[in-house]
Design a protein around this ligand. Structure first.
Ligand code: PAF
Length: 282
């Protein structure tokens, strides 16, 4: 395992010079966009980046425009030194750590809106969130100019929104999803898991349990309404406040009544003050 601090860039021109030199040398560059607070899920993205490319750039930027006014932007965990150490051990070559003023200088006026895919699931509960994500990711892709960019499947709607934006805007980059990394008890890794109290942490794996049951029930083409109602009741009895629990077409994210092609079961629920999301392939 390599163990060196990745080269850190906060200056866009310097980052571009390095990446341009790699590309000129014929080296395939892979970007792993993150908001820091790195965990094993992010490190799996870095490992995949190293497997498929020659150079790995991880970006660390807590993007203010994807947080709503009552969301956790100010308390979102930030620990750059630890993150750089983890990236070094994982073998990333570079860390792109722009300041807010570099990403959004005074007068910044553009936003990218992806219709359709953002209208359901997290969309209504987080107005402006996906526009903030699509805008910042488009900027990161233009700044780094990677051959491939990797995103965790845990944020499945985000992955689909980014794929749509990249396709619609003819961005010359391949977007790939990487399977969710889970704790042994099934809880999907998330930087927000550190907000959970010990009691909430013990309850949190129920989310994965319910998704697994619904996916199994839906797989044979049976109606999904019954399993979804039972799953929602089980989560609420365990102390969750469910925002949505749905089986959706994996491409369009439109809810389906029965599974006839690639589908995904997706959930968002609050446990205390912490909002958790998860999903599984059906
Ligand atoms: O998934 C995340 O961590 C963020 O939404 C991303 C893709 C880095 C954009 O800020």
């Amino acid at each position: 395992m390599p163990d060196s601090i990745p080269q850190r860039f906060s200056d866009l021109a310097a980052l571009r010079r390095s990446v341009a030199a790699w590309r000129q040398a014929g080296e395939r560059v892979v970007l792993v966009p993150t908001m820091g607070a790195l965990h094993a899920g992010h490190l799996a993205l870095v490992a995949e980046a190293r497997r498929i490319g020659r150079r790995t750039v991880a970006s660390i930027f807590v993007n203010p425009t994807q947080f709503g006014p009552n969301e956790d932007f100010s308390r979102y965990p930030r620990d750059l030194e630890t993150d750089l150490g983890l990236l070094g051990r994982a073998g990333a070559d570079a860390a792109w750590t722009p300041a807010v003023g570099t990403m959004y200088p005074p007068g910044f006026a553009t936003r990218i809106e992806v219709a359709g895919l953002t209208e359901g699931l997290c969309g209504p509960f987080r107005p402006g969130h996906f526009s903030g994500v699509a805008t910042v990711v488009t900027k990161l892709l233009n700044q780094v100019r990677p051959d491939v960019a990797l995103f965790g499947e845990k944020d499945f709607q985000q992955l689909r929104v980014i794929q749509q934006a990249v396709s619609d805007l003819d961005l010359d980059v391949e977007i790939r999803g990487v399977p969710t990394v889970r704790e042994p008890d099934g809880l999907a890794l998330s930087s927000r898991n550190r907000y959970l109290s010990a009691t909430e942490r013990a309850v949190a794996p129920n989310l994965h349990g319910v998704l697994t049951e619904i996916a199994a029930a839906a797989r044979g083409g049976a109606a999904v309404a019954g399993p979804i109602n039972a799953g929602q009741a089980a989560l609420e009895a365990a102390g969750f406040q469910v925002q949505y629990l749905a089986v959706c077409d994996a491409r369009t994210l439109a809810p389906v009544e029965r599974v006839a092609g690639p589908a995904r079961v997706l959930v968002a629920a609050f446990l205390g003050r912490t909002r958790l999301i998860d999903n599984l392939a059906v």
